[in-house]
Design a protein around this ligand. Structure first.
Ligand code: NGS
Length: 279
């Protein structure tokens, strides 16, 4: 029973929301690109989503309070597919949630890890979020039992992705979609800020967790199924191995502790809070 592993955000009380969801089975035939696409304003109104992509159940007390942090640049159609899919998915889990899209300004290479740190920092200014999901927008969770909330241990959520034929490529993979409580995230000083370009930042983060004595957890492969929206592969960064090697020396000095960035723009959009950051 995976639910015994959950770390609740709020104490249970009368009329707490039920966290088990109907066991709709994931299937190999799953094409979220082809779901009917609703206009964001219409969708927000229909589903009762507040400006900035916030929602919580009104007929029961939610058990989980979650910020979903999505780093972003140049993937407009994926973003639309993701939002169209994820709100009904999250609502079926009765979460108190808010979605943040952290867009990196042009010029420098993409820095996924630093954008996660920025998302954490900006979300924390707004609300005392208990749990953070850090994930890529090209990953669509297939199984509604894959609860978008935190577990007692940091959790690798996307261990079963279609592009890997639903296998975990290596034990230390901690990329894609992960869930950590605020406490867990702060304990490791967040992500490293130095990984510009593709690759390695998630491996560094996994080492951070290990160095602080965390064990990670995963749900079973049927629950943890994801569908990856297709796109061109990014060329890997040439500095990633050097950054990984020197990583351990920087765990305490490189991360949330030295995070610097500028917010260039922000908007409460119908389905998410948008933040444009120069990192
Ligand atoms: C490793 C990368 C990780 C990446 C993983 C899966 O090689 O950042 O592949 O990538 N590590 C390094 O480059 C050091 S995937 O096949 O999903 O594109 O997450």
């Amino acid at each position: 029973n995976i639910y015994g592993e959950m770390e609740r955000s709020y104490p249970p009380r009368d009329n707490s929301c039920v966290i088990s969801v109907s066991g709709r089975r994931s299937s190999q035939l799953f094409y979220p690109e082809e779901y009917p696409r609703e206009d964001p304003v219409v969708m927000a109104r229909r589903l009762g989503i507040l400006p900035g992509g916030q929602w919580k159940p009104l007929n029961c007390h939610p058990l989980f309070n979650v910020a979903i942090i999505l780093p972003y640049r140049h993937r407009q159609s994926q973003l639309a597919i993701f939002m169209n899919y994820i709100h009904p998915f999250l609502q079926s889990q009765n979460l108190d949630y808010r979605i943040f899209v952290i867009e990196q300004s042009p010029m420098r290479e993409f820095n996924r890890a630093k954008l996660f740190n920025v998302g954490y920092a900006e979300a924390t200014k707004i609300n005392d979020f208990h749990c953070f999901i850090f994930q890529d927008i090209d990953l669509i969770p297939q199984n509604p039992n894959n609860i978008y909330a935190c577990t007692k241990m940091p959790r690798h959520m996307s261990s079963s992705v279609n592009t890997f034929r639903y296998n975990l490529p290596y034990t230390g993979l901690f990329g894609g979609a992960i869930a950590l409580t605020r406490k867990q995230f702060e304990r490791v000083n967040g992500f490293s800020n130095v990984f510009y370009g593709w690759g390695g930042e998630d491996d560094d983060f996994y080492s951070r967790l290990q160095s602080r004595g965390f064990q990670i957890t995963r749900f079973g492969p049927d629950v943890a199924q994801y569908y990856m929206l297709t796109h061109k592969k990014e060329p890997p960064s040439t500095t990633r191995f050097a950054n990984l090697e020197s990583g351990a020396r920087r765990y305490d000095t490189d991360g949330l502790s030295n995070l610097e960035y500028r917010v260039l723009n922000h908007q409460l959009r119908p389905l998410y809070s948008w933040i444009l950051a120069d990192v």
